[in-house]
Each structure stands twice: as C-alpha cells, then as structure tokens.
Design a protein around this ligand. Structure first.
Ligand code: HEM
Length: 247
C-alpha cells in the first residue's frame, strides 16, 4: 500500500519510444544507402571493362532488357527514392551532431581527454557526412536534371568537359569513408557478428573496414581516371564517341 506523502505506488511515466524508433530509422536508411553505394561504385567501375560493358549496365538500369526499350524514367524514379532516403538519413543524423560553438568545444575537450578511437571515428562520420551532404546533392541534382544521361560516353563527357571530376575527387573518398565507418559503427552498435564488443571483435571489424574503404577508394579513383581519359579523348576528337543515347 502506498504511504501517505510518498509516491511509491505512483505510476512511472512511460519512457518515449520515439528516440529508439528514430535511431532505428537512421540506421536502416544508412544501411540501405551504404549497400546502394557499394553497388554504385561497382556499376561506375564497369567502365574499366570497356565502354560496351558500361553501356550494357546503363541499358539494364533503364529497363532495356526487360521492356525492349530504354525508359530513363526508371532511373529518375530510383534516384528520387535515393534522394528521399538521403534526406531522411541526413536529418536524423544531424540531430546528434554538436550544434553551436559551446557544444562543439565541449565535445572536442572530451574527445581529447578520452582519446577513444571509436569516438574519433564518430567525429569523422560527422565531417564526411557534411562533405557528402553537400557534394552528393549536386551530383543527385545533376542526375535528375539529365534524364537519359546514363552511359559511358555521356558520363565521360560530364566528368571531363562538364568539369565534374573535381567534385567527384572530393565526394568519392568522403563517401567511401562514410560508408566504411558507418558499416563498422552499425556492426558495433547492433552487435551483428558477436554478442560481445571485445577488443578482438573491434580489431577484426576495423581491419575489414579499412580494407573495404581502401579497395573502394582505389576502384573508384581508377574508374574516375578511365572516365576522364575517355572524356578527354572525346573532347579532342568528337567522332570517337558513337551515337550518345541508348536505343
Ligand atoms: C540513383 C542515384 C544515382 C545515380 C543514377 C548515379 C549515377 C552515377 C553515374 C552515371 C556516374 C558516372 C559519372 C557521371 O555520369 O557523372 C556516377 C558517379 C559517381 N557517383 Fe553517382 N549516382 C547516384 C547516386 C549517388 C550517390 C547517392 C552518391 C554518393 C553519396 C554518388 C557518388 C558518386 C561518385 C563518388 C561518383 C564518381 C566516382 C567514380 O567514378 O566511382 N552517386 N554516379
């Protein structure tokens, strides 16, 4: 029985589930975007197999092998979906970044005192997230504003003559770092591989993370070089670019 003057039997206010739900949504959109990005880099790297292989990928993405003709609207619809996920993920992630100078300097003071490697990785997530937010928005707008612009010769022209390569040189390492660190942090946070978060698990996951980041940055840069080279050759001699649109 509750004693007079105490609140022993008073019902405790139920903790809101909203922060947990938002966290789940942030992790879920982050995971989907990371998986998309891993496939996207492979898709972009098809240029290394030659323009024909890359054109086949572009046509497949536009539904050519399914419907017998290309529908750039498929790319448009898919890109819109990616943009929506991108916005939801960015808004949810931003709520955790230090806002204002006081919060920022308190965070850096604590980070220096703790010297905790995973906290430093989290900070890199904030920094690369901001870079990706800015540069990927330009890229996504460009894709949406150029329906039917998918293909090796179109891309090569954009990368070289359209001066997109400096943007990609910034976006590429930032996004691969963001994806690699993000996947590591998801694995640690949700305990994907082992139930403990032991030093050994962390060390193994970090090794996998740096391996993934290193190989994807290398692959992406090699592909970017191939687009730039093709674009440069096209600029010198436009007759080297065959008919620029998929059937
Ligand atoms: C569905 C949406 C997307 C489509 C259709 C798409 C398509 C493309 C294409 C065709 C290229 C080749 C160059 C060009 O044509 O400009 C490219 C390059 C690139 N994209 Fe995307 N992209 C999409 C979303 C994204 C997102 C969300 C990111 C990063 C957050 C991204 C990062 C990059 C990077 C870094 C490159 C150049 C690096 C490389 O050569 O590997 N893209 N993209």
């Amino acid at each position: 029985m509750a004693l007079a003057g105490t609140n022993a039997a008073a019902p405790r206010p139920r903790a809101s589930r909203m922060p947990a739900r938002l966290d789940l949504l942030e992790s879920g959109t982050g995971l989907l975007l990371a998986l998309f990005m891993l496939v996207h880099t492979l898709f972009a790297a098809s240029i290394l197999l030659g323009p024909e292989a890359s054109a086949t990928m572009a046509r497949a993405f536009e539904g050519y092998y399914l419907f017998g003709r290309s529908y750039p609207a498929i790319v448009g619809a898919f890109t819109t979906l990616i943009v929506l996920m991108f916005v939801v993920h960015a808004v949810l992630a931003m709520r955790k970044a230090p806002s204002g100078w006081a919060a920022y300097s308190r965070f850096h003071g604590n980070r220096g005192r703790l010297a905790h490697a995973d906290t430093t990785l989290w900070w890199w997530q904030v920094v690369t997230g901001a870079v990706v937010g800015l540069t990927a928005t330009i890229h996504l707008y460009h894709i949406l504003a150029n329906p039917g612009g998918l293909g090796p010769y179109e891309s090569a022209q954009q990368v070289w003559s359209g001066r997109m390569w400096p943007l990609y040189l910034v976006l590429l390492p930032a996004v691969e770092l963001h994806v690699g660190i993000g996947l590591y942090r998801l694995a640690m946070k949700w305990g994907w591989f082992e139930d403990d978060r032991s030093t050994r698990t962390r060390r193994r996951l970090k090794l996998a993370m740096w391996g993934l980041i290193g190989s994807y940055v290398l692959l992406g840069l090699t592909a970017l070089g191939a687009y730039a080279k093709l674009g440069y050759e096209q600029a010198l001699d436009p007759s080297t670019a065959p008919a620029m649109h998929a059937p």
